[in-house]
Design a protein around this ligand. Structure first.
Ligand code: SF4
Length: 109
């Protein structure tokens, strides 16, 4: 379960709006499995801002989805370690919330 403070997105027909959160939860599920030997069956986003209706978005656990996300993240880590990336930020939205923004030097602001 991951708690989100922003508004719950309307994902009907637009699952890509929570795709990055699904991957985040799959990494958490992978780590729980590896660290504690516990099996995860479902993963939830809980929108604390949701006053009316269902605050949850639920994802079913599947081995193939977890393995795919872990492989994708591993590839990204390999690219970072090999410095195989562009030198500047193209989407600075994440920089606004990043703890490294004051030392990174790549953020636009
Ligand atoms: S501040 Fe730097 S480390 Fe943080 S998201 Fe932006 S580019 Fe990445």
């Amino acid at each position: 379960m991951d708690y989100k403070t922003g508004p719950k997105p309307d994902i009907e027909g637009h699952p890509e709006r929570v795709e990055h959160y699904r991957k985040q939860l799959e990494i958490y599920a992978y780590l729980i499995e590896k660290r504690y030997g516990k099996k995860v069956r479902r993963m939830h986003l809980y929108y604390t801002n949701c006053q009316n209706g269902d605050p949850l978005i639920t994802f079913e656990w599947t081995r193939s989805a977890i393995d795919h996300t872990v492989a994708e993240i591993s590839e990204t880590i390999k690219n970072i370690e090999n410095k195989n990336f562009e030198g500047s930020v193209t989407n600075s939205y994440a920089c606004t919330f990043c703890d490294m923004r004051f030392v990174c030097g790549k953020a636009a602001t």
